[in-house]
Design a protein around this ligand. Structure first.
Ligand code: KG4
Ligand code: ZN
Length: 343
């Protein structure tokens, strides 16, 4: 007899994207994302505004996900939601919605760790996309995190190195802000960098006590002083050199990340290497990692573009594994703004 498929509605609301997805086992049937444009005017995410926008978006986004998947609410096996880490007000909206819906449909509730989900997005079923083999390394790079992880199975994540100050996404976004680009600046730096010379300007790479840790606050300051110095000499410096500046910043960041990743591979002997998180959408980071297949003999895993930045499909795939383990959440589940990668 054929096994009955499992349908999971997953909800992601940890930061400024409201997203809902339907998965049939590990296959995505729909993945709806409502981006919040309102933060661009403020140069960063405003938590209060993010919560309000989630409140507005969550019902239509979930309805659309169910409709696009072509299933009925009654077909759902469970509801998965992001319990943390993230902005508390934002998380509460998704948590409350997921709880209410699970109670209304009398189906299990599954709590998902957002950072595990970024990594396990690699296990979403996709045509022609290979999945990493355990143990593998994952460079998880987002607006809130920068970590090199060793993943031994679906539940075991070891942090080999992480940032001691800013996340790499912040380095992109803060540099972009200094250049007068709107939030989120990462994708814009990527766009301008394509037209620029990456060796035009040099920025020193920060040092850290633990060789596998990262530090990005120093880089941000170095870029600030550099721009102030050049601006004094020439008021049009940024405007006239925008592409070269973006290319040089991106090149520096890519180099920092890749050097540490190479070192982690050398120390652990692991050559299965993945990237995950919003910053893994960056074209130079993607291309550089891919090139290591040839030059380093690695098997590399680069997420499909739509599963890099925050999305509910990645929450759904973790929900599916938890469903198989009967790892359900009680109805008094609470959101947590800080959450360890193994929790
Ligand atoms: O994973 P994510 O969507 O949200 C968090 O959990 O933080 O990551 C958002 C971050 C932002 O800092 C954004 O600027 C960055 O990912 N980002 C990029 C690119 N696309 C998104 N950074 C560099 N290049 C990109 N193409
Ligand atoms: Zn994220």
């Amino acid at each position: 007899m054929l096994k009955k498929p499992i349908y999971i509605l997953s909800i992601e609301s940890s930061c400024d994207d409201t997203s809902a997805a339907i998965l049939q086992n590990e296959t995505v049937l729909s993945n709806v994302i409502a981006n919040q444009k309102i933060h661009a005017a403020y140069g960063g995410v405003v938590p209060e505004l993010a919560s309000r926008a989630h409140q507005q978006n969550i019902v239509p986004v979930a309805q659309q996900a169910i409709q696009q998947a072509g299933i009925d609410k009654q077909d759902l096996s469970a509801i998965a939601f992001t319990r943390g880490p993230g902005l508390m007000g934002s998380l509460l909206v998704g948590t409350s919605f997921a709880k209410s819906m699970a109670i209304a449909l009398n189906i299990p509730l599954i709590a998902v760790n957002h950072m595990q989900a970024h990594v396990l997005a690699h296990f979403i079923n996709e045509d022609n996309q290979e999945k990493p083999k355990f143990p593998f390394l994952c460079l998880t790079i987002s607006g809130g995190h920068t970590q090199i992880l060793k993943i031994s199975n679906y539940n075991t994540f070891e942090i080999l190195g992480e940032t001691i100050d800013d996340a790499v996404g912040e380095a992109f976004d803060k540099s972009a802000k200094l250049l007068g680009l709107p939030y989120p600046g990462g994708p814009l730096i990527d766009k301008h960098a394509k037209l620029g010379n990456k060796t035009a300007f040099k920025f020193t790479e920060p040092k850290t006590k633990n060789e596998l840790d990262f530090s990005f606050s120093g880089l941000k300051t170095a870029i600030l002083y550099f721009l102030q110095r050049e601006h004094k000499k020439d008021k049009l410096f940024i405007k006239e050199n925008l592409n070269d500046i973006c290319a040089s910043i991106q090149f520096t960041i890519t180099n920092i990340l890749m050097k540490k990743l190479k070192l982690a591979s050398k120390i652990t002997g692991i050559t299965e290497v993945a990237i995950a998180g919003g910053v893994s959408a960056n074209s130079e980071i993607r291309e550089t990692l891919k090139s290591f297949e040839k030059t380093m003999g690695w098997n590399t895993y680069i997420p499909k573009f739509e599963y890099t930045t925050d999305n509910a499909a990645m929450i759904g795939v973790v929900g599916y594994y938890k469903y198989l383990n009967n790892d359900f959440e009680k109805e008094n589940a609470i959101a947590t703004s800080r959450l360890d990668i193994n929790s």
